[in-house]
Design a protein around this ligand. Sequence first.
Ligand SMILES: Nc1ncnc2c1ncn2[C@@H]1O[C@H](COP(=O)(O)OP(=O)(O)O)[C@@H](O)[C@H]1O
Ligand SMILES: Nc1ccn([C@H]2C[C@H](O)[C@@H](COP(=O)(O)OP(=O)(O)O)O2)c(=O)n1
Length: 669
Amino acid sequence: MFTTTFLDIPPLAGADGSVTLPGSKSISNRVLLLAALCEGQTSVHDLLDSDDTRVMLEALRQLGCGVEQAEGGPLRITGLGGQPPATAARLFLGNAGTAMRPLTAALAVLGGDFELSGVARMHERPIGDLVDALRQLGCRIDYRGNPGYPPLAIGQPALRLDAPIAVRGDVSSQFLTALLMALPLVARRDIVIDVVGELISKPYIEITLQLLARFGVVVQREGWSRFTVPAGSRYRSPGSIHVEADASSASYFIALGAISTGDAGQNGIKILGVGADSIQGDIRFVEAARAMGAQIDSGPNWLHVRRGAWPLQAIDLDCNHIPDAAMTLAVMALYADAPSTLRNIASWRVKETDRIAAMATEARKLGATVEEGLDWLRIHPLPAGHWRAAAIHTYDDHRVAMCFSLAAFNPDARPVRILDPQCVAKTFPDYFETLFAVAQTPVERIPVLCIDGPTASGKGTVAAKVAQRLGYHFLDSGAMYRITALAATRAGLAIDAAHEERIAALARQLPVRFRAGRILLAGEDVSEAIRTEEAGMNASRVSALPAVRAALVALQLGFRGLPGLVADGRDMGTVIFPSAPLKVYLTASAACRAERRYKQLISKGISANIDDLRADLEARDARDSSRPVAPLRPAQDALLLDSSALTIEQAVSQVLQWWQERQPFPRAD
Ligand SMILES: Nc1ncnc2c1ncn2[C@@H]1O[C@H](COP(=O)(O)OP(=O)(O)O)[C@@H](O)[C@H]1O
Ligand SMILES: Nc1ccn([C@H]2C[C@H](O)[C@@H](COP(=O)(O)OP(=O)(O)O)O2)c(=O)n1
């Protein structure tokens, strides 16, 4: 997951390959609650691991449910058997509507002493209609903040189940879902729910009904306006249950297949974990994408999407049946042949953010013309020549972030900056990694930031931190020479010109792997072994052999991957990445560098002498600078940074400031 403050997506040209999607949020949280309410143990497979499921799981633990997970196995929930939780609980539910609403209803009918709260936005998301419905039943619920909104306090109910319960269906279908999940707990007689107003998001009610049936409760329904929970209903664990991949998450990859072609032509995007027979309503996004021109094939558990009509065909669609996935259509509409209108989307206004306003504001930043009404949005296509580089606000809304990543395929090759990219953690923590795994772009569009300089100038430290702040890959090119020198020494080869070809042959085939910050040579962790002063000196010797340098070029170039690279070494800016948009030459006085190295070694428990260190580093500088091939020297267009009087943070900030100055995003964003 990218935990950076922003993520810059370079212009993308195409996409091709397979993606496996995380489990559906809606199914995950419903299954967790049902497993918690029934008797016995339920094994839950392929559960989504995200912010919203984590708050639900934590709440269930607090309520006394058993929650166990063996390494790599399913999650095992031991339910409360329909009994009220024994203890009082203060539950924090983040911004998870799929936890807040059904837990409110279930706890209110079971009774006890509970308080339910969330983040500030959760306290602005209405829940009054559900509370009103539950109060009709005799539940005791008090508002702890603003009437109509969480936080809520729940007490002991005096239930009256004889009269039909009225609940509004035209604000959020989650209220009806919450009642449907709670009422089987107290179905001593038939309980009737009447929906007031036109029920929105019906497919989510379908999911609820299907899952209730899996847990042994069959609700009768008359159209979409009256539901009856039969007397004697009781939750029974299905024993084991699989969570389908999230159909709303699939929408981004369906759109990706519709707007992009791969290098090798029309292979398209294969989506694994969800198919056209999914129980999730958002699977009907497939129809909308087809209407816009996508070619989609599907099987029981997969979808295969290819570009069909291009530009996409504009649509005018009532989106009530696909409220979440429809946001993706708004970005696809930028690539269409005429304006597209999305209608009946009033529920967008009360989601994680006001999604109508958010989509309109952010699409305009890209240069688009967007019209909006109370419950509709019209997006005009954005022709080539009119796209702008934009920094997209994401409003703590995962879907805004995921949708706008698709703007990176624009014909003007403008990059897209996604602010607060970690908001995708709500449903799809590895969304951007998954996108980058299938996205393609010419290598020269992938940004590289080079930091070269002499030993102990702080290159490695500064480069690693800059990479972390930008969410970029990191190439420590010195490590390649250190590993080669170690491999040569172990092979019994003296590091000199006489062995140049044999060492180069070793370098070409280095059995090296980089794993979670560790360096493995033929499976052995050599991260420490290559860091000694002797290894550094050997690396300097090996690096003076031209054939070895040539042998390591491909390995280094291979680090240039999406979304970008920070590379440190001696010749990153001069030889390996000569067209990098920012090259920094980091120096510090010899005295300062000797002292830094001294402290570094002492802190690792290695004894050292500061004068010897200084003599060694000056000798190494001399060798690195005087060798005929790729000598240590600043690139002509490098910016010099003397870090002698700077802290690490100051050096990092300076490099980041230079980087930001080179980005095309408007300052006001
Ligand atoms: N201003 C600074 N910038 C970078 N590193 C610094 C700074 N001040 C102290 N150091 C320390 O200097 C040491 C050498 O840094 P390192 O990144 O290993 O250098 P290099 O990769 O250039 O050989 C590290 O222990 C680092 O923490
Ligand atoms: N791009 C590079 C990186 C390192 N080298 C050589 C020269 C250096 O003395 C050695 C070791 O580099 P490394 O960056 O790991 O060494 P320091 O951390 O700066 O001491 O490798 C090189 O020639 N070209």
